[in-house]
Design a protein around this ligand. Structure first.
Ligand code: SAH
Length: 360
């Protein structure tokens, strides 16, 4: 590939040793390639600042390459413990990433697509429609942004958990999402058990994932305990009904030995009745799954409200009385639209990337 083409079409995170050699054109010592590659993946300060390479070369890289982690508009909430980044990609499209800091852990919520095609009625991302898949490096850059931000806030902290739970459906962008997960484990030394993939319930994807020999956590957006109601809320249920979903989840469990989490957004007077909890308990007990209740977060194009706190607690008790393990998800970031289902990129003006720098 010609150098110009390389720079136009690829991220530095996508370049292999040959590409770098080609790029340097014999103008740099041979150890430089490994130095740059190692540095890029360990860059918690800034992708470029952290590289121990000559300053002029570093400046040139900054000019030549585009990394969305360098183009973040950050909003804070929860006393600075929740940070949302609006990242501008090299094609000017935008995605959101959320970093949540807790006492002993820090979680980053990664987007896997620009927009989403799943059309779940209450989800802001779905309401905005689908634009494109994210590439592996675009997911890695979200991780970089979060890792850097965390280091800046507290040099002793590091990311302990990654959830593929931002914009998009990870199993619809299967290959890139799984490559990203693998890179978290190999390049960033994160354990599979610290990684959670959340899916709307793409049955063939779940079955395929079961064969990957990955011990990651799987969360499934159930949101309704019977097909009639689920089809209204989560349209993909028309294609993959609850019975086939449960079958796929049982396969995942038997192959991986991992416990499944069922996510259930409580919507006032729609899916939060006593009988819904009885039906939900049946499904959860069949799967020995954990249930995570999410008080519905408001989104612009959905009129229903979340269940009030008393009802949320009552649902929790009803499930527990049936022997189900339940937690209620906290509402981190809801005031800055960084909570579950609220991620949607707003348009901001962004300067065009520079392309005219040269390597020498
Ligand atoms: N596509 C994947 C991951 C993205 S959504 C999935 O469907 O799981 C992450 C989680 O937020 C899902 O459980 C999703 O159903 C939930 N969610 C979406 N909109 C929400 C809202 N308005 N309030 C609460 N949870 C919501």
């Amino acid at each position: 590939m010609k150098i110009a083409e390389l720079l136009q079409t690829r991220s530095p995170l996508e370049l292999d040793a040959k590409d770098w050699e080609n790029l340097f054109g014999g103008l740099q010592p041979s150890f430089r390639v490994r130095q740059v590659q190692n540095g890029l993946y360990k860059s918690y300060v800034s992708p470029w600042e952290n590289l121990t390479i000559p300053r002029t070369l570093r400046e040139t890289f900054k000019e030549l390459f585009y990394l969305s982690s360098d183009h973040a508009k950050v909003t804070l909430s929860d006393n600075g413990d929740t940070l949302k980044a609006l990242l501008t990609l090299s094609d000017q499209r935008q995605i959101e990433t959320v970093l949540m800091r807790y006492e002993r852990r820090s979680t980053v919520c990664i987007s896997t697509q620009v927009g989403c095609a799943m059309n779940c009625v209450f989800c802001a991302t779905g309401q905005g429609g689908y634009e494109r898949h994210l590439k592996v490096h675009e997911m890695q850059e979200q991780y970089f942004w979060a890792a850097r931000e965390l280091k800046r806030l507290d040099s002793n902290s590091k990311i302990t958990n990654v959830v593929l739970m931002g914009m998009g459906e990870p199993l619809a962008n299967y290959d890139n999402s799984i490559s990203f997960v693998r890179s978290l484990m190999t390049q960033f030394s994160l354990g599979a058990r610290s990684i959670t993939l959340s899916t709307v319930g793409v049955v063939p994807g779940i079955v395929k994932l079961a064969d990957e020999s990955l011990q990651i956590n799987l969360a499934v957006s159930l949101h309704a305990p019977n097909d009639e109601l689920r089809t209204q809320i989560v349209p993909i249920n028309r294609r993959y009904g609850i019975a086939s979903l449960v079958e796929a989840l049982n396969i995942y469990k038997s192959r991986t030995n991992r416990r499944i989490t069922l996510e259930y957004a409580l919507i006032n007077d729609l899916n939060d009745h006593d009988e819904h909890m009885t039906q939900l308990a049946d499904i959860a007990l069949n799967l020995k799954a954990h249930v995570n209740l999410i008080p519905l977060n408001p989104t612009p194009k959905y009129d229903f409200r979340g269940s009030p706190p008393q009802r949320v607690n009552k649902c929790k008790t009803l499930l527990q009385d049936n022997g189900v393990q339940v937690t209620i998800r906290d509402t981190r970031g809801s005031d800055i639209a960084a909570a579950c289902g609220q991620l949607v990129a707003n348009n901001v003006n962004f300067p065009k990337r520079k392309r005219n720098a040269s390597l020498v």
